[in-house]
Design a protein around this ligand. Sequence first.
Ligand code: SR1
Length: 321
Amino acid sequence: APSAPVPAKFAGGNVRISLVRQLSSGDYFEQWLAGAQAEAKALNVRLEVSSGDGNNDKQALNLEQAVTAKSDAIIVDHGFAQTVQPAVKKAVAAKIPLVAFDVDPGAPEAVALSQDDHAIAEQALGALKADTGGSGEVVYVYVAGFAPLDRRNETWEQFKKDNPGIKQVAQIGVVNSSTASAVADQAKAALQANPGAKAIFAPYDEFAKGAALAVKELGLAGKVKIYGADVSTADIGVMTEPDSPWVATSATDPANVGRVAVRAAALLVAGESVDRALTVPPSLITQKGLRDAGITSVEQLTRAFPGLTTPDVARVPWTAS
Ligand code: SR1
């Protein structure tokens, strides 16, 4: 039950929160937005959404516009520090509360929200290690500059030091509006050049989907296994199809993370205190676990893994959940 009355500001439906995104295409970003919109509706908030569609200058401009429009709060979703931070400073100067998801806001006043990216990489790599015995040739998928991928990369670098039998034979990666098919092309070339590779570490679901396509098209299922990150209903379909090489993924529920972002922003609008660093923990999801439990959708997954829903992260006292 709610432990506080609804603040007057929220009763009239006039609270405006700007969601300023760097990226919007792909399963992860679509689910995240659906969660953010559902939470905004539940809190009687107007969520004004913009996307840079991968254009960092456009995202920075959208952020400037949210400041000029005097939004009640701003959520910055991904982005590169150098393009986002100047406008974040303006938001802080204008006393607009700000939540930064997966981007360093460069301002102690902002709430920094992330998934536990080190745990994401550790869980996926733990599965890789268990399957390979800690040795073998691995293709790695990575693009620098995205905060979550950079944090996962720190864990990968440490993992290679701790497991000298693991040899990275190729690094590939691209992030654009058709990431999976671009990565599929790159993965095919990397696997053809490195016929001894037995694993692909692809810690973003668009990377993993592309890698799965490459393995399938080269007829290497059974020989090369994929360890990924993120989950969606479509990803579950790819992981559980016959002969799928994608055997493990470490993930949060993206919709839950979108909900947390909106709750944190709403708490700031209400003048409530919010931790300056909020972290959402992941769960390790395996192909075997999905198949054994007959899980075919994220809805079923969240029932099987209650830890994927985190009502205590940025809990709003005036709502029931
Ligand atoms: C391009 S960055 C992609 C990542 O952002 C989110 O943190 C998701 O987990 C995804 O893997």
